[in-house]
Design a protein around this ligand. Structure first.
Ligand SMILES: Cc1cc2nc3c(=O)[nH]c(=O)nc-3n(C[C@H](O)[C@H](O)[C@H](O)COP(=O)(O)OP(=O)(O)OC[C@H]3O[C@@H](n4cnc5c(N)ncnc54)[C@H](O)[C@@H]3O)c2cc1C
Length: 388
């Protein structure tokens, strides 16, 4: 791929990704959606073209580009009508490995991830009993000689059946023995190929869209202690970098979704004639489309700002959260408007709108729900008292 980026919006990357996506049209995604199948061919093509390794430094075989470039890739996939949810984790888990992995770990894993021989697509945080309160995770790792022994359960861990590695958050010290409740957690890099059947069981979870998400059961899974990323007990802080990157990247995907929906709405509203005039001539039809467009462009500025801060190594927590909230709501406004604009046809699968509508709804809940973002901004930015 072309490593020269002439513009912070990466137009040449966008063009090239759009061309690649043309090989995977709506009917490809519709078939996968129907069969609940993983887009292996799409992910392979994306990997071969180097787009999933844009964040990996050049010395390890990647393109060494900033997060803004990864945003351009994911936004373009969504804007083309595809679904980057199948592979976006490789980009956002990278923040944890790049910033907190040892030199030996980076040398061992990054070149293979960059050339596509290793897939890092699974990120294991959520548990059934802890919900959004990550400090209450119960999956534990106890040191035993040269290994950690992992026991517990995770839920909604996406792509784990299509990944060779997983970034896994575990408790290494019980919560009640830690000075702060976010202390005592650690990050392990789990080799899924060795783990499956040797203490790790994976069960698919069916959802309303095609997302390859799963439940994981750990029963005395042994993970080599050398696979600890960052210091023991500081796992929460190590994944925070990854989480900010994740929110910014997901926000970029939402911008892509929103632009796809609005393009569809505008084009249909120009062409569909009812009562002897294009429906888009009616302000009742055109205003919601215009409003969704305005929301999208405002959200896109926040995504860009969050990515710039992240790339400059500055604190980006507030902006990453605000970008995710604004972009997911803009995508939802554009999606809802798109269904309404298309009338009955919005519900017909061949238009792809109902599929994208189901897919984009996720981003108001995952990777962090809207309420939790509002709470973060209220308490951290506005110094309001915490409710929990
Ligand atoms: C398709 C899919 C894929 C996913 N992929 C992954 C993955 O790869 N890895 C991973 O680790 N996780 C993944 N998740 C999990 C996702 O991040 C969580 O579902 C999400 O963070 C919400 O957690 P929860 O479902 O436990 O909701 P809960 O924490 O139970 O919350 C339920 C609702 O209550 C609200 N709520 C909770 N507490 C408060 C409060 N104090 N104030 C106000 N409102 C509150 C929340 O906002 C939410 O709307 C995925 C989820 C889905 C659905």
């Amino acid at each position: 791929m072309n490593r020269v980026a002439s513009d912070k919006t990466y137009p040449e990357i966008r063009d090239a990704v759009a061309r690649l996506c043309e090989q995977f049209p709506g009917e490809y995604w519709r078939r996968l959606d129907r069969e609940k199948a993983y887009p292996t061919e799409f992910v392979t093509a994306l990997t071969a073209a180097g787009y999933l390794s844009v964040l990996i430094p050049e010395e390890y075989g990647g393109s060494g580009l900033p997060l803004a470039a990864a945003c351009a890739v994911l936004e373009e996939i969504q804007r083309s009508g595809g679904n980057g949810g199948a592979c976006h984790a490789q980009m956002y888990t990278m923040g944890t490995l790049l910033r907190h992995g040892s030199d030996a770990q980076k040398r061992q894993y990054l070149p293979a991830i960059a050339d596509g021989s290793l897939r890092l697509q699974a990120f294991g945080v959520t548990e059934p009993s802890s919900g959004t309160d990550t400090s209450r995770i119960r999956t534990s790792a106890a040191r035993d000689g040269d290994d950690y022994v992992v026991n517990g359960q995770k839920v909604f861990i996406s792509r784990s059946l299509h990944s060779d590695l997983m970034v896994l958050l575990v408790r290494t010290t019980p919560r009640d023995q830690c000075p702060r409740h976010t202390d005592g957690m650690s990050v392990l890099l789990v080799d899924m190929r060795e783990a499956l059947g040797n203490g790790l069981t994976i069960k698919p979870v069916e959802t309303m869209m095609n997302h390859a998400t799963t439940e994981l059961f750990f029963d005395n899974l042994r993970v080599p202690a050398k696979n600890l990323i960052g210091p023991e007990g500081e796992g929460f802080r190590c994944i925070l970098d990854g989480m900010n990157a994740e929110r910014i990247l997901i926000a970029a995907e939402c911008i892509g979704d929103a632009r796809w929906f609005t393009a569809k709405s505008s084009s249909y509203a120009r062409e569909r004639v009812v009562f002897d005039r294009p429906i888009g001539q009616n302000q009742g039809v055109q205003f919601p489309i215009a409003r969704a467009h305005i929301q999208t462009e405002a959200a896109a500025l926040m995504v860009q700002r969050a990515a710039d801060l992240y790339d400059a190594g500055k604190p980006a927590g507030a902006e990453a959260n605000m970008a995710k909230l604004l972009a997911s709501e803009a995508a939802w406004a554009a999606a809802d408007t798109c269904i309404q604009t298309h009338g009955g046809y919005g519900f017909a699968t061949e238009y792809d709108i109902e599929r994208k509508f189901r897919e984009t709804r996720l981003y108001q809940v995952a990777p962090i729900s809207t309420n939790l973002i509002l709470s973060f901004i209220a308490t951290r930015e506005l110094d309001l008292p915490r409710s929990f």
